[in-house]
Design a protein around this ligand. Structure first.
Ligand SMILES: C[S@@+](CC[C@H](N)C(=O)[O-])C[C@H]1O[C@@H](n2cnc3c(N)ncnc32)[C@H](O)[C@@H]1O
Length: 176
């Protein structure tokens, strides 16, 4: 979701012995990032990975691969409102296979936010696997949640969030 140049996934897959077994879609809107990601995919011979130029904020973008075993929601929550984080988390199970894993990131600019996001995942039927924040709790936030409840049925066309290009106009805080 909002895959950028696909570095989260491609840099792991390229060295992985089972890389050709992985079927994945990278959903990204920016043409330059799409091109870079496609170059990376082609260069690594990842025949099961497709870079999809689409709007990741609509559940329709995920239709070909639902239900997914693994969702990466990295570099997203820092660019959307807290209300939209909750909405997105609440809808994620509709994209998930049973016991699917979601990996997400959020720069912890507000100390209470990461526990809140964890709580929204729990409300949506996920259990916490791990939540890492760096040594002083403020450098980064990476969460992993696993679906334990029944997945909601998939519905295309559900709006998840509005991506804000500059959620911090002062430029003094990192957004993700
Ligand atoms: C902060 S970057 C995160 C990239 C990558 N996931 C990472 O963590 O390094 C956010 C990405 O979301 C993309 N993006 C923004 N709005 C989008 C949308 N509606 N649909 C798909 N991609 C979007 C941007 O072009 C950008 O590449």
């Amino acid at each position: 979701m909002c895959a950028g140049q696909g570095r989260d996934l491609l840099e792991v897959l390229v060295e992985h012995p089972r890389r050709v077994d992985v079927t994945a879609h990278l959903v990204e809107l920016d043409e330059r990032n799409v091109d870079r990601a496609r170059t990376g995919v082609d260069g690594a011979g990842l025949t099961g990975v497709e870079v999809v130029k689409a709007d990741a904020s609509s559940t329709s973008a995920y239709e070909p691969l639902v239900p997914a075993d693994l969702l990466l929601v990295c570099g997203v929550f820092g660019n959307i409102t807290d209300v939209d984080i909750r909405t997105t988390v609440g809808a994620l199970s509709s994209l998930c296979a049973p016991r699917a894993t979601v990996i997400w990131t959020r720069y912890p600019r507000d100390p209470d936010l990461l526990p809140s996001v964890d709580g929204w995942f729990r409300d949506a039927g996920f259990e916490l696997v791990s939540l890492e924040t760096g040594s002083d709790g403020s450098q980064f936030g990476v969460g992993v949640h696993r679906l334990t409840a029944l997945a909601q049925p998939y519905r295309p066309g559900v709006r998840l969030f509005t991506f804000l290009e500059d959620p911090d106009p002062t430029g003094t805080r990192r957004s993700n």
